[in-house]
Design a protein. Structure first.
Length: 602
């Protein structure tokens, strides 16, 4: 179940007030909000809570008139209505079956008015304050006539795949069943297994098929009667394992080190990479599991035994195919001597940040000196010298110019010997006033977790921007644009790296990109939606901010939309092309992470 707030102004007020601070900027709790185009105070409803609603799942198959039942409650403003909706076989839009305004909430649904086949059902509850909660979809089968249904084997398959069929209302007739396949998007149907006679399934040996997408269907015949199931589209056969290479971490290893691998997969995409290590006299153990690029992790070698180690990486794709890299062997871990490393303070730094180091020496640590340098210059300036663990500095980044910096630490032991850490390279200092502060996606009444018409994407800047720097001549009024959604495997970010950007006349606008951190589109696909972009100005404690809202329209091009099930926070990486209306300075490129409760977006 997901609660969907449909009052846009109220959602904006909650965004500005939540947590007392907006990500990436130091502001006190918001006390006033205004709009630049039509300035006025935002008034909150007395009821801030969406209702609770549950749909009772009816038993399949359904025939004739079926009573649907939902339970809905709201302690504040009560339930105004419960709407029962369905998606018909082959459809994509939710259709209202009936609306009930009085508990108990029921709906007498005449299934004979529609086609037989698979349906999705849901309930949509609205309370007295106009908040809406929508249940997740429930899958049912309607069978008022003779119907054959082919079970869905999944979006991605490999090896031997069981296929099954079900015949409804077949009576005492003897049915001959054939399961067929065709290259996806064609009608070149061929028998996959036939005839099945009284059997209702078979095993699909995908190893004899080219790795590609296929459509599936089942056909049943009895005498002069032939019935065909709904088509299951775009089933990807993937029997090819990913390619994977373990990166040599070097030797000797001490302190905290980075272990990494490279992995690619042209079929269903890399699902995860597991990096393992084994001592000379032991078995392999998992050091880290990574699900998104870059496939790397930081490992504290102090938790491992000293001596010779071997390292390897295993990549697994979404189909379950796996391959293990060539072993990198005879790498020595040695923490018995002095070791020092700088903890990564993060890719983007502003204001005062803590820079810490880890240090150890069998002779004893006298002090640790932490230094910085302009990236690549190898000209080091001391940040501090600390003689007591934990070794750390408070670095006021406003004392240096914005840009990329390297960090390192130097350990002085009790013998007077020094050890220099590896460099933590390319940490970006960015104290720009104009920056991204939040990104939000809202459901517009369609399927939760699926990008549909009416959904919105909202980008909030820390101050007012020059709208003409977003798109030439734009004043902030409604502007036709294209919302592009690309699968992460096209961008090298993996299955959960699907990304959104906004285009005008085929060219990407400098709003940057939004990482959805979920699987919203099938592997290697691109979707384009007609959309409308507009901007408003809100005032928070005297500071004017620009809010850009992109409203999703109809699908313009592409296929393969998915319903994401992952709970994740969006990450917006803005562009430096957008400029401040007050100072003309470029926007920071520091990413902003979606605030609020982690949820399924759109």
């Amino acid at each position: 179940m997901r609660r969907v707030h449909i009052l846009v102004l109220l959602a904006l007020a909650v965004l500005l007030l939540a947590g007392g601070r907006l990500a990436g900027a130091d502001f006190s709790d918001a006390t006033y909000v205004a709009s630049s185009s039509n300035r006025g105070t935002v008034n909150a409803a007395a009821d801030w809570t969406a209702p609770d609603v549950t749909l009772a799942a009816p038993s399949s198959p359904l025939q004739g008139t079926v009573t649907l039942t939902a339970t809905a409650t709201d302690a504040q403003s009560g339930i105004a209505s419960v709407e029962f909706q369905y998606v018909a076989p082959g459809g994509s839009s939710w259709v209202t079956a009936c609306i009930d305004t009085t508990a108990p909430f029921t709906c007498d649904w005449n299934t004979r008015l529609g086609a037989d086949g698979g349906y999705q059902l849901r309930a949509r509850a609205t309370n007295g304050a106009s908040y809406v909660t929508i249940t997740d979809g429930v899958s049912v089968t309607v069978a008022n006539n003779v119907l054959i249904v082919l079970g869905n084997p999944g979006d991605v398959v490999r090896g031997s795949v069981p296929l099954s069929t079900t015949i409804y209302n077949g009576g005492l007739s003897i049915w001959t069943i054939t399961i067929q396949y065709a290259p996806a998007g064609t009608t070149n149907w061929k028998a996959l297994c036939s005839p099945l006679g009284s059997l209702l399934g078979c095993t699909w040996s995908t190893g004899s098929f080219t790795n590609d997408a296929y459509d599936l269907r089942a056909v049943a015949s009895s005498g002069l009667t032939t019935i065909t199931s709904a088509t299951i589209s775009d089933v990807l056969v993937d029997n090819a394992a990913p390619t994977v290479t373990m990166t040599d971490p070097g030797s000797p290893l001490s302190g905290t080190v980075t272990l990494s691998a490279t992995a690619t997969d042209a079929g269903s995409g890399v699902s995860q990479v597991v990096i393992e290590g084994a001592p000379a006299s032991g078995s392999y153990r998992t050091l880290c599991t990574i699900t998104a690029t870059p496939y790397s992790c930081r490992v504290a070698t102090t938790t491992l035994t000293d001596g010779a180690w071997s390292f390897r990486a295993t990549a697994t794709d979404a189909a379950g195919n796996a391959r293990t890299s060539t072993v990198i062997g005879s790498r020595v871990i040695d923490n018995t001597v002095s070791s020092v490393s700088v903890d990564d303070p993060g890719a983007y730094l502003r204001s005062t940040v803590a820079v810490t180091a880890q240090a150890a020496s069998t002779a004893g640590v006298t002090s640790v000196r932490i230094q910085r340098s302009v990236a690549g210059a190898n000209s080091w300036t001391d940040l501090c010298t600390d003689a007591t663990a934990p070794y750390s500095c408070g670095w006021d980044t406003t004392t240096v110019a914005d840009g990329s910096y390297d960090l390192r630490a130097i350990l002085l032991d009790a013998r007077g010997q020094t050890t220099t850490s590896a460099v933590v390279a390319g940490r970006r200092v960015d104290n720009s006033v104009l920056r991204a502060v939040d990104v939000q996606a809202a459901n517009g009444g369609g399927t939760v977790g699926r990008i549909d018409q009416g959904d919105t994407l909202t980008l909030t800047y820390s101050e007012r921007v020059t709208t003409g720097s977003v798109s030439a001549g734009w004043t902030g009024s409604a502007l036709p644009v294209t919302l592009r959604v690309r699968d992460g495997n096209l961008l090298g970010t993996g299955n959960l790296g699907d990304t959104v950007d906004v285009l005008r006349s085929g060219t990407a606008l400098p709003l940057g990109s939004v990482a959805l951190r979920g699987d919203y589109v099938k592997s290697s696909r691109t979707l384009s939606f007609n959309a409308t972009m507009s901007s408003t100005t809100v005032t928070v404690d005297g500071v004017e901010r620009t809010v850009v809202t992109v409203t999703v329209g109809t699908l313009a091009a592409g296929s393969g939309s998915r319903t994401a099930t992952t709970l994740a926070a969006l990450v917006w990486t803005p562009s430096a092309t957008v400029t401040s209306a007050a100072s003309g300075r470029a926007c920071s490129v520091v990413p902003a992470t979606e605030t609020g409760v982690t949820d399924r977006d759109f």
